[in-house]
Each structure stands twice: as C-alpha cells, then as structure tokens.
Design a binder for this molecule. Sequence first.
Ligand code: GLN
Length: 542
Amino acid sequence: MARYIFVTGGVVSSLGKGLTTAALGALLQARGYKVRLRKFDPYLNIDPGTMSPYQHGEVYVTDDGAETDLDLGHYERFTGVPARRSDTVTSGRVYSDVLQRERRGDYLGGTVQVIPHVTDVIKEYIQADTGDADIVLCEVGGTVGDIEGLPFFEAMRQMAQELPHRRAILVHHTLVPYLKAAGELKTKPTQHSVKELRSIGLQPDILVCRSEHPIPEGERRKIARFCNVRESAVIPALDVDTIYQVPISYHDAGLDREVLAAFGLADRRGPDLDVWRRIVDGVRNPEGEVTIAVVGKYTGLADAYKSLAEALTHGGIANRARVDLDWIDSEIFEREDAVAHLGSVHGILVPGGFGERGAEGKILAVTFARQHRIPYFGICFGMQMAVIEATRNLAGIENASSTEFGPCENPVVGPMTEWTRENRIETRAAGGDLGGTMRLGAYDCDLVPDSRVRAIYGSDRISERHRHRYEVNINYRTVLEGCGMTIAGLSPDGELPEIVELAGHPWFVGVQFHPELKSKPFSPHPLFASFIEAAIAQSRLV
Ligand code: GLN
C-alpha cells in the first residue's frame, strides 16, 4: 500500500512548492523508493488547456494527452517518471465528476454536499492509478485559507485518519521574511499559517521555510515550539543559484531524513546524489557560452516557456556550455530590421504559439536564420512558420499561409480534415468546444534514413508529444522538397509531416511536436543537445 505526502503552502504563493515536490521525489527515488507525483489545483477550470499562458504559464502535456499544470514538468524533469492524466486534478474536474454522478442518479436521491461527496471524489483521485508506487507525493495548489482549496484540505485530513497510522504526512511551506528595518527574520507569518492549518484539523509533520537568509537555530526552535513540530523538522530553504541544486540542498537540510522519520521508515543509507552533483558542476563551470534568440509571443513571462528554457539549459549541459536566452517578441521584426536583434546570436528558436499576432515577425526571423545560415530550431508553430517561409520565399508561392489565420489559397498549413476525407489519426470535431480539439499527447514518428534527425536520434522511430490543431499539408511535399525543404519525419501512416529540414544549411530543423517536454537534466533531449552543439560551432564563426 502506498504512502502519501501532502505538500501544501501558506503565507504567500510562489514559494516553489512544485520544485520542492519534484526535488523530494528525486531524493526518495535516490533512496530506492518508487514515487508518483501529482498536482491538485483548486481552480474551477477542468484543466489548464484553455488558460492563457499569461495567467498560468506553460501547459505541460503528458504522453497520454493530458494538458496539465507546469509543475508536472518539474516532476518529470527531476524524477524521470512520466506524468499521466491521473496525476492532475482540478476542482473543475472534481465538481464535473460529482455533477455527472448526480445526473446519473448515483446518489440515489441523497442531498449532494461538499462533505462527503466532493471530498470522497478527491480521495478517490488521490488514491487512483498509483500503480506500484511506494510513495505518492500530492501537491495542493494555492495557499491554505483559500476558499476553493478547503475541500482538498478536508479530503487530506480524512485520508490521514482513514489510512493506517503513519501512512500520510504533511509537508507545509511557509515564508520566513527578513525585515530590514528590524534587522530580523520574522517567524510570525509561519506561526499564523500553521494556526490556519490546525484550525481545519491538519498538523504539519515538516515545515519547509523559504527564506532569503539563513535561519538561526533560535528561530528554528521558536518555529518548532509555536507550530508543534520537531526542531529537526523545520527545514530551511534558502535561494539557490541553479534549480538542480535543490535536491542536494534539501538533503543537506535533512528533508528526506525527516520524511522517512515521519513515516517511521528506517534511514538505512543516504541517497546517491552524484548525478545531481555532476549536473550542478556542469551548470556552474561551463566551458563555453552561446546566445539563443527565442522569438515568440509570451516572451515577457518566463513561465510561459518553462520546459523550453529548461531543455535549452539541458542542451547546454550536454555540451558543457552556458546557454543565454534572448527572449524577443516577434512583433518587433514587423517594425524593425532583424539584424539589430539577431545579428549576433548563435541560434534562433521559434517556439510553439497560437494565433496570427506576431506570425509575420516569426516568419521574418526564419528568413534571417535561413539566409544568414544561423542554426534554426522551429518547434510546432515554429515549424509551421518555417514551412510557410520556404513555400513563399524559396518556392515563390507568395500567398502560402496557414488556415489558422483565415481561409487562404495556398494552405500549406491547415487542419488535416481539409485534405483527407477521413481523419485516420483521431476525430476532432470542427467548431466544437475549444477545450479538447487538439492533437494531444505522444505519437510515433518515422525518421527518414540519411536525414539529420535520424542521425541525431540514432533511431528509426521516435515518440514525441503534440499539442496543436494544424498540420503541414502533405500535398505540398513536392513543392517543399523541390526547394530544398525535406520532410525528415512522418507519422507512421505517411500522412502527417512531423519534421522538416533544410538541405545545405548548417542546422535547420522544424518539428511538429514539443521535444522540450521530454528533456531532463540527466538526459538532455538529443535535438536540444545537437542544436546547442551547432550554436557553439556558430559562435566560433562570429
Ligand atoms: N497554433 C498551431 C496549431 O494549433 C501551433 C500550436 C503550437 O505551437 N503548439 O497547430
């Protein structure tokens, strides 16, 4: 039977609960436990799929096609455990489930209430599909005291009582701020936050105290006393220079040891953290440095491209290089000359995106990369823009476009339903709900022999994750190949171009999928490793 760790937060949001959960998962794994990591979000959206990246950061997609919170990306990057649909639950999903059961008559005429009906469904989700996991880490979004979070906290409280003793523990995050005027660290917010938890029947086992300053022993003792936890279970969490240091720092602060103690598990041998030490060493002591321009729309908000930024760092780790990112809003190229912005970068990446705004600027960035022979990596929308660019500027079909921007005469990008009568991959209803109309999740792709990507992956068939409505139109294959843009990867049925390459260019690859979602610091994605390698070669030229 699995054990459960509930991870909650108080005082303020953005305390890094997601990273703690991910790092704790990695630590327990390094001690030989099988882990699963899940996120419970109290908002009412069914999933974050339809939420703006400005609101919610990136939408992380799982192999089984769930659109999830970006914390699941941290979980996968730190543990390598592929996240599943069952690892993400929102209040929206819980309520919609309860209401469906009510309509079906499952409640046999009873009054449907938050307790027990909503909390029962939450408990079902917490315990569903845990497979052979020894320890399931459940992070609850938001902060204690939020109205919509209450049913989750109540479900956790009930579960802890219903499971055998010491099967569920609570790790609570707080903030210990430093008041400059007083020259002191303040423990009162932590005390209040724990008081709030205790008022709903929850007693934390471990407190993770985020602080910008070391927390002296006296303060830790005070927190322990007022919050009713052991002093050794007050874990200071100071800021670190790289997120890959987090597992090491938490281990040094005793987090994994305290978790085992709270479960009553023996602390046999310490975790082997060499892999994390090597990663941190690589990040701290790079031998080279490259600048990559990321030309997108949500460039003001780093969380919107979280996995992408991480994957680029991993590409750097693979090459022992520091990767500096230059986030550029593509609309700027519609007003200003690209050379001022792109002239000195070593690689250009156009990431995933939606909608017409900024698209022409992205196409101009592709032209620049192509003409100046700068390594180019197009991801999803970035591949589609590369294909439009080649069709317009190399094949001379000036009105080539994507039907995402409206009807057009030369739809080199469009929904597959426009050129096949029968959609063989899956049926997506046109004009239906906005949620759930995309090609989502992992699909196989066959790589063409002798292509660059075949050499990069070292395999004939790969599987990558998708999140898009539109596809490159296979009917333009001859046009594209006639101007040097080869289709290097195809869906196994040969209908969907998944990868394009530009012949005679140092490194020009467009992929319809999102390789960044599968990159890990301990196993950088081959495309990112290769792209950064090409950028390093470019940096030696300029
Ligand atoms: N907007 C494009 C589509 O829906 C690309 C999506 C993406 O880049 N994720 O096909």
